[in-house]
Design a protein around this ligand. Structure first.
Ligand SMILES: [Zn+2]
Length: 200
């Protein structure tokens, strides 16, 4: 009942686990894993977009690699998310591309979502990632060792609004910062702008 997903199959084979597909999953989780006599099995929700499935697969794989038990502590979830990003976008392949704009990075790593790519990029290119969905602030992540206010400053909002209005990726700079906005409409009913703020 699943569509063939060569990326997921290759990833699973590399990490010696198997994939099963269901939808919806019990408890509305995006994925879960169990062990049978042949080893770990990751169950994915076939109704989710492929990038979401891939992140869930990498996240469950991270739990296996980190030897987490059935009761998962909050800090173990964070560790699994971090490792999932590294498994999806491995170094040094990824870090060789982090000078590229987000849209070109996405073309280079199509199996991962814009958000996963942008979050991972923060580890290599210090700055701020602001994610706005339908003109509402969803997330603002500040890289370690980077100083930024918790809410977007007026210049950031102006570029975000222009991206929504012009439905385009846009740049701006000034006052020691450089801004790059990426406009994402994947036909799923939500329009997203990811704004990267870096030192000029
Ligand atoms: Zn987890």
């Amino acid at each position: 009942m699943s569509g063939a997903d060569p990326w997921a199959e290759a990833f699973a084979a590399r990490h010696r686990l198997r994939i099963r597909y269901e939808t919806p999953l019990p408890g509305r989780v995006p994925a879960y894993k169990y062990d049978d006599e042949h080893g770990p099995v990751v169950v994915l929700d076939s109704a989710l977009p492929p990038e979401r499935q891939h992140f869930s697969l990498a996240h469950e794989t991270a739990h296996v690699l980190l030897d987490h038990g059935d009761e998962i502590a909050p800090e173990e979830e964070l560790a699994a998310n971090r490792l999932a990003g590294e498994l999806l976008l491995p170094d040094p392949l990824f870090s060789e591309h982090t000078h590229l704009p987000l849209r070109e990075l996405k073309a280079e790593f199509p199996h991962a979502s814009f958000e996963v790519i942008a979050r991972r990029r923060l580890a290599f290119a210090p700055g701020v990632l602001t994610i706005v969905d339908d003109m509402r602030l969803t997330r603002r992540l500040v890289a370690d060792d980077f100083a930024a206010p918790p809410r977007p400053v007026p210049a950031e909002w102006r570029l975000i609004e222009r991206c929504f209005r012009e439905r385009a990726d846009l740049d701006d700079s000034g006052e020691g910062i450089r801004l790059h906005g990426t406009y994402v409409d994947e036909g799923r009913g939500v329009i997203r702008v990811l704004l990267v703020t870096e030192e000029a």
